[in-house]
Design a protein around this ligand. Sequence first.
Ligand code: SAM
Length: 286
Amino acid sequence: MNFDAQAHRQSSLQNWEEAASGWARRQEMMREFGAPVSHWMLDAVFPAPGQRVLELAAGLGETGMLAAELVAPMGGVVVSDQAEAMLAGARARAAELGLSNIEFQVLDAEWIDLPVASVDAVLCRWGYMLMADPPVALAETRRVLRPGGRVALAVWDAIEHNPWARLGSLELIERGLIAPPEEGAQHQPGPFALGNTQRVSELLEQAGFAETRVQTLELVRCHESFDQLWDSTIDLSRVFHDAVLARPEEEIAEIKASLTERFAPYTAADGSLSIPGRTLVASASA
Ligand SMILES: C[S@@+](CC[C@H](N)C(=O)[O-])C[C@H]1O[C@@H](n2cnc3c(N)ncnc32)[C@H](O)[C@@H]1O
């Protein structure tokens, strides 16, 4: 089947506008889960006081806000996302932290509305793989970086290394609630579309970046109980939310019971869960 990039862009924007309230509810959990990733990314671009940093596909701006503290007082961060509702959450978080050196901008990472060579560093955690055209987004990233400026990014590794997502997906596929991945569709946008170190490295090099470095990072997603995992999955995954909540109550209860079993290997005696995850992290110089 042909991939319709424009249709993807429209539905992605709508889905993320709708997902923003769920992401705001799960902000603390995602902060903890993603902290090692953000710290790796910041170490890779080493933002210095006075610099200007751009965060793309920022969501609630967790990584950009850490950078804002490093570049203060004279430097600043542009926290950007395609979805205005995500940026509303980011604004609220910046106010909570008392950060005043952040600008918020609705930006599509495939058409970055900023001048050439206007930023020192770009950060993008779990964004590029969702875009219709990652090579275009990376070329745009390089265009807005000053020569020698640095990019750091994270994309999920392949789904088999991420049982927190794979088990829910399997359940929905086996019940016929979502379609199995199409033959040859592995490069279509989605959370696991760039889960290959060599591909990430090639994409960066093809966009003209140098000193490319790509590695894996092991993560653990922790929940107090299965119910907390369930509720957070509904809040964070639009696919899971739409597929599950459209079903009758009895079937939702069956899905829940079946997933409790699937996650049993990651569940401790007290009911808490520690589920492994693996992301790729990468950095390069413009
Ligand atoms: C998985 S969330 C990650 C949010 C945040 N970076 C984090 O790590 O918590 C993906 C974000 O990418 C944004 N996004 C997807 N495609 C985009 C595009 N083409 N331009 C800008 N933002 C995009 C979505 O709106 C969403 O907020």
